[in-house]
Design a protein around this ligand. Structure first.
Ligand SMILES: *Cc1c(COP(=O)(O)O)cnc(C)c1O
Length: 350
C-alpha cells in the first residue's frame, strides 16, 4: 500500500489533477488496544489512536499535508499560522518539503521545547509575541487578509478535510465506527474534522453508524463548556490552551448531532491520565493528548455505562514534544555514586 495519505483517500478529498500528492509518511497510524485501562473501566473494547506516530509527532500533519498541497497548487510562496506549537512544527516541515517560506506566530515562552525545536530546525520564521494563542490567531488572520500568504490554521478548510482521514482509518481498522470517540478539544478543529469523516463514511455506506463525539477541554481553558470565551486560558496542556476556539460552532454541532458531550478535565486529572497512559499502557502522549483519557476516567467515575461499548481515545501528540512536563516525574530516579553497595542498598537488594 502506498504511504501517501492524499492518494489513499483521494476520492474523499478536494484533490484535482494539479494537486501535488506530497507526503512525509503521514497517516496510517496505529490503533492500539488497551491492556489495562479497558479492564479497569469495564468497557467492551478500548483503543488508542496513536496520532503521535505522524511524521512531526501530531495529527496536525494530516491536515497540513493537504493545506500545503493546495497552497502549492495555488502557487503560494508563503504559508502562515498561529500555533501553540504543533501546527508550527507541522507547517514548518511541509513548508520545507515544498520549498515554501513558513511564518509562525507563537505565544512567547509558552511553546513546549520539542515543538519549538522542530519549528527551528525545519527553518520556519518564528515570531514570538507577548500574548496568547488567540491573539496570535487574530494577528495571522489580519496578515493573511493583507498579504499574499496562505493561512494554514484549521480555519483553512483543507486542514479539516485532511484531518478527517483519521476517522476513516478508525472505521477501516475496526470494520465499523466505534460507539464513542474521545478527543481533546482546543481550537476545536479536530473534533469537527473527525465528525466530518465519520458522517462522510456513513453517507458513503462504509459504516452503519456514527460514534458519540466526546470532547474534553482543560478546565482552565474551557470556553465551550462555559459558553463564553476565556480571556486568559490556563492549563498544563499547552496544545489546548485556547480561550476562543475557531471551530466553536462546528464542535457544538458535532456534539449535538452525534449525541455526545463536550466536558472539561482539570490539570490534575490530565496529569494523572498522562502518567497512567505511560505506566499502565506504555504509551507516551503529550499532556493535551491525555485529556481524552482523563475524560474517559471521568465518565467512568460518573457512572456512565460502558459495558460492551467500543471506545477510541485519540492520542493527538507525542510525549517527547514536551520533555519539561515529563521530567517533573522523578519517582523512579536515584542519583548515586558508581558503587555496587550503594546501588544495592537503594534498591533494597541486600
Ligand atoms: C492541536 C492539538 C490539539 C487540539 O486540537 P484542536 O483541533 O485545536 O481542537 C490537541 N492535542 C494536540 C497534541 C494538538 O497538537
Amino acid at each position: 500500500m502506498c504511504s501517501c495519505l492524499l492518494q489513499k483517500y483521494e476520492s474523499f478529498l478536494p484533490i484535482g489533477p494539479n494537486t501535488p500528492l506530497i507526503t512525509l509518511g503521514e497517516g496510517n497510524t496505529p490503533l492500539v488496544r488497551s491492556q489495562r485501562l479497558e479492564k479497569e473501566i469495564g468497557c467492551g473494547e478500548l483503543y488508542f489512536k496513536l496520532e503521535s506516530c505522524n511524521p512531526t509527532g501530531s495529527f496536525k500533519d494530516r491536515g497540513m499535508v493537504l493545506a500545503v498541497a493546495k497552497a502549492v497548487e495555488a502557487r503560494s510562496q508563503t504559508i502562515i499560522c498561529a500555533s501553540t506549537g504543533n501546527t508550527s512544527a507541522s507547517a514548518a516541515a511541509y513548508g520545507a518539503r515544498c520549498g515554501l517560506t513558513t511564518l509562525v506566530l507563537v505565544p512567547r515562552g509558552k511553546v513546549a521545547q520539542g515543538k519549538f525545536a522542530q519549528a527551528m530546525i525545519y527553518g520556519a520564521k518564528v515570531i514570538a509575541i507577548d500574548g496568547n494563542f488567540d491573539q496570535a490567531l487574530s494577528l495571522v488572520k489580519s496578515l493573511a487578509k493583507k498579504h499574499p500568504v496562505t493561512l494554514v490554521n484549521s480555519l483553512n478548510p483543507n486542514r479539516l478535510h485532511g484531518q478527517k482521514t483519521a476517522a476513516f482509518e478508525i472505521v477501516d481498522a475496526l470494520g465499523e465506527a466505534p460507539d464513542y470517540l474521545l478527543i481533546p478539544v482546543g481550537n476545536a478543529g479536530n473534533i469537527t474534522a473527525y465528525w466530518l469523516g465519520f458522517t462522510e463514511y456513513y453517507k458513503a455506506g462504509r459504516a452503519k453508524k456514527t460514534p458519540k463525539m466526546m470532547g474534553f477541554e482543560a478546565e482552565g481553558a474551557a470556553p465551550i463548556v462555559l459558553g463564553h470565551p476565556v480571556a486568559e486560558p490556563k492549563t498544563v496542556a499547552s496544545a489546548i490552551r485556547i480561550g476562543n476556539p475557531a471551530s466553536w460552532q462546528s464542535a457544538i454541532a458535532a456534539r449535538d448531532e452525534s449525541g455526545g458531550t463536550i466536558d472539561c478535565v482539570s490539570d490534575s486529572e490530565i496529569l494523572r491520565a498522562y502518567r497512567l497512559l505511560a505506566t499502565a499502557e506504555g504509551l507516551f502522549g503529550e499532556p493535551a493528548s491525555a485529556a481524552s483519557v482523563a475524560g474517559l476516567i471521568k465518565l467512568a467515575n460518573q457512572g456512565v455505562k460502558m459495558t460492551g461499548k467500543r471506545i477510541v481515545c485519540v492520542i493527538t501528540g507525542a510525549g517527547l514534544k514536551d520533555p519539561e512536563t515529563a521530567m517533573m516525574e522523578r519517582d523512579g530516579l536515584w542519583e548515586l555514586p558508581p558503587d555496587l553497595a550503594a546501588i544495592e542498598e537503594a534498591l533494597e537488594w541486600n
